[in-house]
Design a protein around this ligand. Structure first.
Ligand code: NDP
Length: 337
């Protein structure tokens, strides 16, 4: 089997040399395991964190270990009751052509939707949007929501669910093309291009125009300049679900001088800022899948995938994702190589 490993820990932004390309013996399933031929691998921003050492909510990938990640694929051999050869399953396969999955760590997929949707709109990012909005955003009709990385799997679903709940939705996205996608495909009421605004003040002015009644929910996906722009626009009793801070994943400029103003905004506006990690809500996956699958199948919920061909191209696609090079859910397609 072929796999991509962590060859060295990145110093700041990762580079291609941080990854290793290896061929290893084909693993054999033990009792309670299946052997999967991976057809699609998910690339997600959290993987940047796993490349570094240091305390986090999940352990780092060790040097020489296969990069962590979720995949979908076909079962080649099964020693799990209820899972047969040929079944399509999803689980933590890692960046590899084949993987062993344990019985309690795999989910069987069925239905007519492409299996890759289990990595995006009907998988971890989709659940993040669905559960996080309900639990921490608590949207009410008539309110205004702002979300950045708005054409990605999390942001695009947050926007669509908020819109369906009767909110005004404002996208922040990188570039004119993504802004067009946000409004035309994902139904945002307005979109602001963060790349067109060199500083937080100018971005704030554009956002103030797009959100004339202020912001009730700022769904935090990126941190950085966008957070700085939005915070003063928050309405009293606003909510900020802190989902991700991708602008800072490879290091942050010194933001210490902004800390007192940030903390003061939270106090005087009585903001509810709630960090959350979706693994704490994994028990909601069956409810989420049951509710969202028919809506996605009916075309009521739009989704978009950015597919890279070939496992060997996963590192380049991942580096591109961290820079906003992906348009839609980043997926690597393996089968057929
Ligand atoms: P995306 O597919 O949307 O990819 C990341 C996007 O972030 C890029 O395409 C880019 O979009 C945007 N981006 C990157 N750098 C910057 C920057 N400096 N400023 C503004 N935007 C930037 O990712 P996901 O939808 O998978 O994830 C979105 C966020 O949610 C991430 O922060 C991720 O870590 C987090 N997350 C958290 C989870 C949790 O449990 N808390 C679970 C899943 C995801 P653009 O070009 O439009 O700017």
């Amino acid at each position: 089997m072929r796999c991509i490993t962590l060859a060295r820990r990145p110093d700041g932004a990762p580079v291609l040399e941080d990854f290793g390309h290896e061929t290893r013996p084909m693993p054999q399933p033990a009792e309670g395991e299946v052997l999967v031929e991976v057809s699609h691998l998910s690339l997600d921003p959290y993987m940047r964190g796993r490349m570094s050492e240091g305390p986090s909510y999940a352990p780092s990938v060790e040097l020489g270990e296969v990069m962590t990640g979720q995949g979908v694929g076909r079962v080649l051999a099964s020693r799990v009751e209820g899972v047969a050869e040929g079944d399509i399953v999803t689980g933590m396969t890692g960046w590899a052509s084949h993987a062993l999955l344990k019985a309690d760590a795999l989910r069987k997929l069925d239905g007519d939707l492409p299996p890759s949707t289990a990595l995006g709109v009907l998988g971890m990012p989709g659940l993040t949007a669905w559960a996080g909005l309900r639990e921490y955003g608590r949207p009410k009709a008539g309110e205004t929501l702002v979300v950045a990385a708005a054409t990605g799997p999390v942001g695009s679903l947050v926007g669509q669910l908020a819109k369906a709940a009767g909110l005004r939705t404002v996208a922040v996205a990188g570039g004119a093309e993504k802004c067009k996608l946000a409004t035309e495909r994902f139904g945002f009421d307005a979109a602001v291009d963060h790349r067109a605004h060199p500083d937080a003040e100018s971005l704030r002015a554009a956002l103030a125009e797009a959100a004339p009644d202020g912001v009730d929910i700022y769904w935090e996906n990126v941190g950085g300049k966008v957070l700085e722009a939005v915070l003063p626009l928050m309405n009293t009793h606003g909510r900020i679900p802190v989902c991700g801070t991708i602008a800072w994943y490879s290091g942050a400029e010194d933001t210490a001088d902004r800390l007192p103003a940030t903390w003061r905004s939270i106090l005087v506006k009585r903001l509810q800022v709630a960090g959350f990690i979706i693994f704490d809500h994994w028990n909601l996956m069956p409810e989420f899948v049951a509710e969202m699958t028919p809506r996605v199948a009916a075309g009521e919920i739009a989704f978009l995938e950015d597919v890279t061909e070939g496992l060997e191209n996963a590192p380049a696609a991942f580096l591109s994702l961290l820079e906003g090079g992906n348009t839609g859910k980043a997926v690597v397609k393996l089968t057929g190589e």
